[in-house]
Design a protein around this ligand. Structure first.
Ligand SMILES: Nc1nc2c(ncn2[C@@H]2O[C@H](COP(=O)(O)OP(=O)(O)OP(=O)(O)O)[C@@H](O)[C@H]2O)c(=O)[nH]1
Ligand SMILES: [Mg+2]
Length: 293
């Protein structure tokens, strides 16, 4: 027997040698992205705002993402919407628009987070209500009804939504550690909504949350997000499951236990937000009548 067989095989490396998605982590970059979003110009100012719909499983971090964005712009940990403790039930039950407050004015960004997508009737949202939301038919303050979606016969149904009540970007929120465990039912629901949105030309991204729960390296240092092999594999899984290309899979760590802002967290949140708003703006431009005049 040869002596070489006893040479220990080094464990496979958990990290790439360099970031596969180049990222500027500087404070200057953070401040420049905040400034650019504060001065964001809508292609169609008459519409007034860009509306983003967040959907995903119960407890995916949808509400936390809105709070995280709010925190970045307010320069402190903000509480724009209720966040759940880890229970099995959806915490968000009302269709409510959240705005992002800046120092003086409100940014032209509107966010709607809907209740979780789980299949159990009493627990999840009806896919038809998601389509209603996308098309602007759900009134502000609408309470999701477990017995069925809102129909055009209801008094509450917004029959003639204006452009700013319609959705301009669909954001699928998926926790990194859950992607491989997500039920066929939830994925099918997401795909179904995604196909309907695609027909309307609505841009779509995935915000992949909780990378800290999924990778030890990232939990210690968020800047390892694009060198961690584990995280890249999780992003690839999200991309494959929903059929959304890798460049539209945006990892973020939400503010959840921190008491102060952190530059690295802000960079990922701002990268995601910038991409979402640019896509939403492109879509609004595509909808604009007489745009070539
Ligand atoms: N570690 C970690 N925890 C997170 C992150 N994002 C959210 N959480 C926690 O996950 C839990 C669920 O977050 P929510 O924002 O309430 O989730 P949701 O998608 O709005 O849930 P529903 O409204 O119930 O459907 C909360 O306890 C958050 O503090 C993250 O990036 N990392
Ligand atoms: Mg919520």
């Amino acid at each position: 027997m040869g002596g070489e067989s006893s040479t220990p095989v080094p464990p496979p490396k958990k990290e790439y040698d360099k970031e596969w998605r180049e990222t500027n982590w500087s404070k200057k970059q953070r401040d420049e992205m905040v400034a650019a979003l504060r001065n964001f110009k809508l292609y169609d100012p008459k519409v007034g705002q860009l509306r983003v719909l967040l959907l995903g499983p119960i407890g995916a971090g949808k509400s936390s993402f809105i709070n995280s964005i709010s925190s970045v712009f307010q320069g402190r940990i903000a509480h724009a919407t209720e966040v759940a403790a880890a229970t099995g039930k959806s915490f968000t039950k009302i269709y409510k628009t959240h705005y992002i407050k800046n120092e003086e004015e409100t940014l032209p960004f509107a966010f709607n987070d809907v209740m979780g997508l789980e299949m159990e009737e009493e627990n999840g949202i009806d896919p038809d209500d998601l389509i209603n939301a996308i098309n602007g038919h759900l009134p502000e303050g609408y309470k999701f009804n477990p017995c069925g979606p809102l129909t055009d016969e209801s008094r509450d149904y917004n029959k003639n939504p204006s452009s700013n009540e319609k959705v301009h970007c669909l954001v699928n929120v998926i926790p990194a550690a859950k992607i491989s465990l997500m039920s066929r039912g939830v994925i099918d629901k997401m795909k179904n909504v995604r196909e309907k949105a695609s027909k309307l030309g609505i841009p779509q991204v995935v915000v992949m949350t909780m990378p800290d729960n999924s990778c030890e390296l990232v939990s210690r240092d968020l800047k390892k997000i694009y060198t961690s092999k584990e995280i890249k594999a999780k992003m690839q899984m999200c991309s494959n499951a929903l059929g959304i290309p890798m460049n539209n899979i945006l990892p973020v760590k939400n503010y959840h236990e921190e008491t102060h802002l952190k530059n690295d967290m802000d960079i990922l949140i701002l990268n995601a937000l910038t991409q979402i708003m640019n896509y939403a703006n492109d879509y609004q431009w595509a909808l604009k009548p007489n745009k070539y005049k």
